[in-house]
Design a protein around this ligand. Structure first.
Ligand code: 5GP
Ligand code: MN
Length: 330
């Protein structure tokens, strides 16, 4: 059920033992929002635990509190007990891995994805915000926790804002986003410390990205670009994070796709566009996200078949899409 910002704040104020979680395949917004809210609630004297049911990339170690994030045991996950509120950030409940099953506390869902259909008991969803962290900033203020004097909190929430906006360059960046970021900087965040930590990669990973980029394909008269990596090709690579950001820059393309088979039968898809509604395309396959950045997964579907189904959906969408602002510069 949809609730208001003040109802979300009241739920947080009333809780004393809070479990915070966010989506699997966690990005800077998922981790930053979770840790930012944790710092705020802890400063109010509440007991707070953060669980994310996935691997965390080491680059996020720059975020204060990174080490407190827990993951349930892979084989024998213990129930998460003693909580009076489960806060689910930056996603619907179905993308929290096993957390919403292991923690049976009442749920408060806070999200900025337009595809969030507010199925949680209480859901505050604001699709106009660039990042979940932008909403968490509003909540933290309403809770009466100032950014000033809370640099740890500010670093986490700044990271959420920066990563979901492509460091304040995507179309979701608003004046409100920038004002919020400015307030976080005033609390002591050094933007270069965050960006330098997040962009660093081992040599092998850069070589892997180069190998993956070599497989780039263009189709639909050059309006679509993609990299498709089945599990054999993935096994030759150490790292493919950020690949989509290199694919989406190609002149003349309306849509970019990266499809990865992490293990046999487990496929993840990332899509980006210049205006075509990729959330709607991903929704056809059980995924979602934003109009210009979305994702979905395929389970137990052969790679070739998943690719063919995705391409068919993309072709249909592109056939009926007229870019209002063509990107081809040449
Ligand atoms: P990314 O390509 O960076 O993994 O995801 C792009 C956007 O789509 C993010 O906002 C992410 O949360 C969302 N997204 C990615 N995969 C899925 C999915 O399977 N389901 C839903 N609902 N959203 C997704
Ligand atoms: Mn987000």
């Amino acid at each position: 059920m949809k609730i208001s910002l003040s109802e979300a704040v009241t739920a947080l104020r009333q809780a004393q033992h809070v479990v915070i979680t966010a989506h699997i395949n966690p990005d800077g917004d998922a981790i930053g929002s979770s840790l930012g809210l944790m710092h705020a609630l802890t400063s109010l004297g509440k007991e707070c635990r953060v669980y994310i049911d996935d691997d965390l990339r080491e680059i996020f170690r720059v975020l204060p509190g990174f080490d407190v994030i827990q993951r349930p045991d892979k084989e024998q996950p213990a129930p998460i007990e003693g909580a009076d509120l489960l806060v689910v950030l930056d996603t619907t409940l179905d993308r929290t891995g096993r957390i919403h099953k292991l923690c049976t506390a009442p749920v408060l869902n806070i999200d900025h994805h337009v595809t969030n259909d507010a199925q949680a008991e209480r859901a505050y969803v604001d699709g106009s915000r660039a990042a979940c962290a932008e909403i968490v900033c509003e909540i933290v203020r309403e809770l009466g926790v100032p950014f000033a004097g809370h640099k740890e909190l500010a670093m986490c929430l700044y990271t959420g804002l920066a990563t979901d906006t492509g460091f304040f360059s995507f179309s979701n960046t608003t004046a409100h986003t920038m004002h919020t970021a400015a307030d976080l900087l005033a609390a002591g965040v050094q933007p270069n410390v965050i960006s330098e930590a997040l962009e660093k990669r081992p040599f092998d990973d850069v070589q892997s990205l180069a190998k993956a980029l070599n497989r780039i394909e263009l189709w639909h008269d050059g309006r679509a670009a993609g990299v498709f990596l089945d599990c054999t090709q993935m096994a030759e690579l150490t790292h493919t994070e950020g690949l989509i950001d290199m694919v989406r820059v190609i002149d003349g393309t309306d849509v970019a796709v990266v499809m990865k088979e992490k293990e046999a039968g487990k496929i993840r898809v990332s899509m980006r566009s210049t205006g075509l509604d990729v959330a709607a395309i991903c929704k056809q396959f059980g995924g979602g996200g934003h109009v210009r950045a979305a994702g979905c997964g395929f389970k137990d579907v052969p790679f070739a078949e998943a690719r063919q189904r995705l391409l068919a959906a993309l072709d249909t969408a592109l056939d009926s899409y007229q870019p209002t602002n063509p990107t081809k510069t040449a």
